[in-house]
Design a protein around this ligand. Sequence first.
Ligand SMILES: [Zn+2]
Length: 103
Amino acid sequence: MELTPWEAFAVGMLVGPFVMLTVVTLVDEYRFKKEERLRMIYAPVCPRCLGYIPNNDTPGLYPGALSRADNHTEICSECGSDEARLHFLGRYVQPRTEWPITG
Ligand SMILES: [Zn+2]
């Protein structure tokens, strides 16, 4: 099957935008994954549970919580909630010396 130049032009006009959209989407996805990988490499690690800060779903995206153990060390959101819960209930809040990374 051979297309006349006008037919080829018409097919190009119909298919072109979809090809462009696919290319733009793929490039965008590649950039997003690259950013995500870089974030995971440089994301801080929680010294209390060894997970990422602020959480394992979005490592390094925003700051974590301040630990109640010393009011200075940054920990992950989940550990922050855990310490707050323990503190509220008047339970024992692990001091830094009992964490996996004592610093
Ligand atoms: Zn943690």
